[in-house]
Ligand binder design. Structure first.
Ligand SMILES: Nc1nc2c(c(=O)[nH]1)N[C@H]1C(S)=C(S)[C@@H](COP(=O)(O)O)O[C@H]1N2
Ligand SMILES: [Mo]
Length: 549
């Protein structure tokens, strides 16, 4: 590497270290003040909000539940690249580095203030991080500057030539008589460009130390604000209306088939929140207002005192592709939403509930759906435990038959009774339908697509759903042959998915398996596959398998 090149590489390294200092110190400030104002998250949140719907759909389809990790990693990698470039620029003139940091300060502050729940503290973590970075830059970057040892240390050769003779390394092998630290000098020589390599490394390690310690401390402090402890102390009320016992035949227990009840730990999670909102039950309030005769405000204790209903309901995400896994079934415990609305007194003309989460996400649900007698709940528990924080603790909505984005508000804190003509929910201007009942769908779980199976009797099995209508029949066909009726598992009601299975006598070769469901209204899934937008994918799930003799 040339002298210049190596100096640049060191400057880039120190730029990245400076960036790490900024992020670590910002994390510390965020942990002290407000975890959500951590600029990387604020920028990530802003990116999520600004991302066009098709890109978001693609991200969900491609990365699934890892979409957030991918986004944050992407942001950090981009930041690292820019920080490296800033390091190089700053080595040329420190001012360039400061200007770059100023740009970051503006981006971070604007992103933080753009959060729907932003308060005046939000800019501080960014500003603290940038101030620390400016200091780090000032201390670190000069270390990457190639020292011109010829001027300070080279004894001028006799003969007056301005240029020292010999190769670079030979030159540096000379030890000036006045050099106070020959060992250090040797290091410089090894760096090849007169760069004080030890100085750079010491600076980098110190910078990373500051970044690591402040970052870890910040995360620990943020954790102190988490509500996990409060959650474990919740005493769940008994259900006034318990769920019917699950029919013995609800779970066919075919290996590889999704269990009837999805465990909380493996329940899909979809939301726009990069860090899970932490809403303490003691601070939770639900306001019901808008087109009502008597606006209400409830505390968590008020809610728990209401008669509770328990119900098995399968949630589904509108972004679920045909054959996808953004669907899960759980037993929910909650207060009927309809009772609450009747107490508030919905005024004529109101047709939409605009619910808002603690982090400002909104959702529009038809009033008539909530009032038509189905188990629309303000849920506090999922599968026998207080709602997991990721799934909306302390309170979320659950409305059977509607996709999550128009019904299932997590961390819900506000319900405005309004009109579709007057208000818009989060996803509506982003290209998703205003109203979105769940479409009749079926999925093959076993065998897996592209699996190799042994010839002979093969159990083909999966799930089908048509929430609040109910699944009436599931049919399977192999290689485009006759449709065969699958055996259906029992269900506790129309609001859950339904397992199905079919025994197939598989002959060696490659085979195509298709499935379609018919709901209780007599509607059979159409063959043509569509994309999820704007109101849910449809089409037959189709897989191919290799049957070996
Ligand atoms: N606060 C909030 N609630 C939300 C969302 C969200 O982005 N924010 N996403 C909705 C969507 S799109 C779905 S599919 C369901 C998913 O619920 P789950 O994560 O508990 O499975 O939550 C809904 N509730
Ligand atoms: Mo969703």
């Amino acid at each position: 590497m040339s002298t210049r090149g190596s100096g640049r590489a060191w400057a880039a390294l120190l730029g990245v270290v400076t960036g790490a200092v900024a992020i670590g110190v910002a994390q510390l400030a965020a942990g002290l003040l407000e975890p959500r104002a951590f600029p990387v998250l604020a920028v990530g949140d802003a990116v999520v909000d600004a991302t066009p719907a098709p890109v978001k759909d693609w991200a969900i389809a491609t990365f699934g539940v890892y979409d957030k990790i991918v986004l944050i990693t992407g942001i950090l990698l981009i930041l690292a690249a820019i920080a490296a470039a800033l390091g190089v620029l700053a080595a040329r003139r420190l001012l360039y580095g400061y200007l770059g940091l100023a740009v970051f300060a503006v981006i971070g502050v604007v992103a933080a203030l753009s959060r729907p729940d932003a308060d005046p503290l939000y800019p501080f973590p960014t500003l603290a991080g940038i101030a620390a970075a400016a200091l780090a830059l000032r201390i670190l970057i000069p270390r990457a500057a190639p020292r011109p040892p010829a001027v300070r240390h080279e004894p001028r050769p006799a003969g007056g030539s301005p240029e020292p003779t010999g190769t670079r390394d030979e030159r540096h092998a000379h030890v000036a008589p006045d050099d106070p630290a020959p060992a250090v000098r040797h290091e410089r020589a090894a760096a090849g460009g007169g760069v004080n390599r030890r100085g750079v490394l010491v600076g980098a390690v110190a910078g990373l130390g500051v970044a690591g310690v402040s970052g870890a401390l910040g995360r620990a402090l943020a954790g102190r604000l988490e509500v996990g402890a409060a959650r474990s102390e919740v005493a769940l009320p008994r259900a006034a209306v318990p769920a019917k016992a699950l029919p013995a035949g609800a779970d066919l227990r075919v290996p590889g088939l999704s269990p009837f009840v999805t465990p909380n730990q493996s329940f899909y999670r979809i939301d726009t929140a990069l860090i899970v909102p932490q809403v303490a039950p003691g601070e939770w309030r639900l306001r019901v207002h808008g087109l009502v005769d008597r606006p209400l405000e409830l505390t968590y204790a008020d809610l728990l005192r209401r008669p509770m209903t328990e119900a098995d309901v399968t949630l589904a995400c509108v972004s679920n592709e045909v054959g996808g896994d953004l669907i899960g079934n759980a037993r929910w415990l909650g207060a009927p939403l309809a009772d609450l609305l009747r107490e508030a007194g919905v005024r004529p003309g109101a047709d939409m509930l605009l619910s808002t989460s603690a982090d400002g996400w909104t959702c529009g649900t038809p009033v008539e759906t909530v009032l038509d007698g189905r188990n629309a709940l303000l849920a506090v528990a999922m599968n026998g435990e207080a709602l997991p924080v990721r799934h909306g603790f302390p309170v979320r909505q659950v409305v059977p038959g509607l996709y999550g984005y128009v019904s299932a508000t997590k961390w819900v804190v506000d319900i405005k009774v309004t009109r579709f003509a007057e208000d818009q929910a989060y996803w509506t201007p982003r290209g998703w339908a205003e109203r979105a009942p769940i479409k009749t769908q079926s999925r093959i779980d076993v065998p897996r697509h592209d699996a190799k199976v042994k010839a002979g009797r093969v159990a083909v099995a999966g799930v089908a759903w048509a929430q609040h209508r109910g699944v009436d029949a599931v049919e399977v066909r192999i290689d485009g042959g006759e449709w065969r009726v699958a055996r259906l598992a029992e269900t506790p009601g129309p609001d859950t998915w339904r397992q199905w299975t079919l025994d197939w006598d598989a002959a060696p070769g490659r085979h195509r398996i298709e499935v379609r469901a018919t709901d209780v209204t007599g509607h059979t899934q159409p063959q043509r596959r569509t994309k999820p937008a704007p109101d849910g994918a449809e089409g037959w799930h189709t897989i191919t398998v290799d049957v070996t003799p």
